[in-house]
Design a protein. Structure first.
Length: 442
């Protein structure tokens, strides 16, 4: 019956009457489960797969509104014209574990005292244990002019941070005939903090190929005081920046886009009254990001910035022991990447199983994250590191060096691992490979 209701809900986007019927009928639905996973993206799908295999059928419910699942790390290469957005997408139904029940709806509120989640359609889901994996969303509205500029096909403004606009980046690359190419990095936590500069490096390579580089300037504007948070890789990337003659403005944040004049206005993080206006022919924006609104409203669960408060080692909620968090929506100080989620998934799996047995969490997440920084069509710096920016490399060579192997790992190997192992709950990061091929590394 509920399946029928949800099908009607889908149809409802075009017909108000059916929607009203389906929503009011669905209001009565009341589900219960042992484990509820809210969000079925990289982290949620991985966790649901791990537990659906272990627990009885339908003990796991996944609450996920989208019928599309994207492998987001490839959006950078979509923007650079290496692949298409279609190649990064699969039906959510084909990746979510069949042994779990998928409710295609959004969480509207979490009541951690009563162990109840309410959905946007008015259903209630009672859980014993909860994994929150709702990621972050782009906050386009924070930059006046951005939403309109992204929607305008001819604006020259795009972002690789959305399946809706990453192909526009490629179109803008091809249309660029020289002039000012401007890139940005906002002052909020973002996923894949390397991607804003990766796309600038790819722009340089493409403009060189298309013979427009000599008549163009590339400017990279970042809120950070350094090019990258881990010194070893920052040193290597500074050489890339210098070789490519990319101008870097530090502590510089996009404030507004004046699309009619093709100008981007920035502020300085030390003194917000200090403005910089850059004219652009191509503007690539990394939008500000935040957690979904319903999570921000769940005040008992989040910090002042709206991120789920979990212990940075155990990934267990700091106040509610039956709640765990994984991925971009938590307040752990690691780099928000799919690579981090692979490692976190093992820790959450082990610790949540302990919690289910009424024992204390015992595994610790070490902050592992990885960032394959493509520097051209064919080279990549493969940054891997732990909490506090401590390098932790898998391959038996200096990964700060630009390498061809790392480029093909990013393009071909990592997507293969993601679809075939990680989302099925069988990949916990490269530690086992590291022990074999790089056993003497610190
Ligand atoms: C351009 C780009 C480049 C990247 N490059 C890399 C890279 O090279 N390497 C790397 O490891 N990582 C990279 N990443 C980061 C990586 O893709 C993310 O860190 C990862 O996918 C986050 O997983 P998640 O589960 O936390 O969130 P997501 O995968 O975003 O999933 C969150 C899910 O929650 C759902 N949701 C939202 N609100 C609700 C709600 N109210 N109720 C229920 N569900 C909800 C959403 O529909 C979504 O499916 C990149 C990302 C981008 C965009």
């Amino acid at each position: 019956m509920n399946n029928i209701l949800y099908k009607l809900s889908n149809v409802s986007a075009t017909t108000g009457i059916i929607r009203k019927f389906s929503v009011s009928a669905a209001k009565n639905a009341n589900f219960s489960c042992k484990l509820l996973v809210v969000g079925g993206g990289s982290g949620g799908c991985t966790m649901a797969a791990k537990f659906a295999r272990k627990l009885k059928k339908d003990s796991v419910i996944i609450l996920e509104p989208s019928s599309d699942h994207y492998y987001q790390p490839l959006f950078t290469l979509v923007g650079a014209g290496v692949t298409s957005v279609a190649a990064t997408r699969r039906d959510a139904r084909s990746v979510l574990p069949s042994a779990a029940k998928w409710i295609q709806d959004s969480a509207e509120s979490i009541d951690p005292e009563q162990n109840v989640v309410k959905t946007a359609s008015g259903d209630t889901i009672n859980y014993e244990y909860l994994v929150v994996a709702v990621g972050v969303v782009n906050d386009y509205g924070k930059v006046p002019g951005l939403t309109e500029a992204l929607k305008d096909k001819n604006s020259g403004v795009s972002t690789i941070y959305s399946p809706d606009y990453c192909e526009k980046t490629w179109a803008d690359f091809k249309n660029f005939k020289g002039g000012e190419a401007v890139f940005t990095y906002p002052d909020t936590p973002i996923k894949c903090p390397g991607a804003p500069q990766k796309i600038a490096y790819m722009a340089d390579s493409y403009f060189t190929k298309s013979n427009v580089r000599s008549k163009s300037n590339i400017t990279y504007n970042t809120c950070l005081p350094v090019i990258f948070g881990v010194k070893k890789y920052a040193d290597a990337l500074m050489k890339v920046v210098e070789r490519k003659k990319i101008k870097v403005n530090y502590k510089t944040v996009l404030k507004e886009i004046k699309a009619d004049r093709k100008e981007a206005v920035f502020f300085n993080t030390d003194d917000k009254s200090q403005e910089l206006t850059l004219p652009y022919n191509l503007l690539h924006v990394t939008p500000p990001m935040r957690t979904p609104e319903f999570l921000q409203r769940s005040k008992q669960l989040v910090d002042a910035s709206g991120f789920l408060t979990v212990d940075k080692f155990t990934l267990q909620h700091t106040k509610y022991p039956n709640i765990y968090g994984i991925g971009d929506c938590t307040n752990t100080p690691n780099s928000k990447t799919a690579a981090a989620i692979a490692k976190q998934s093992y820790v959450v799996e082990q610790n949540l199983r302990q919690t289910m047995r009424a024992r204390g969490a015992r595994r610790a997440y070490d902050g592992y994250g990885a960032c394959p920084l493509v520097t051209s069509y064919g080279t990549c710096v493969l940054a891997e590191f732990l909490y506090d920016g401590v390098p932790h490399e898998t391959l038996p060579f200096d990964q700060a060096r630009e390498s061809v192997i790392a480029y093909y790992m990013k393009r071909d190997l990592f997507p293969f691992i993601y679809w075939n192992f990680m989302l099925k709950g069988y990949y916990n990061g490269p530690e086992f490979v590291r022990k074999i091929i790089n056993p003497f590394a610190k």
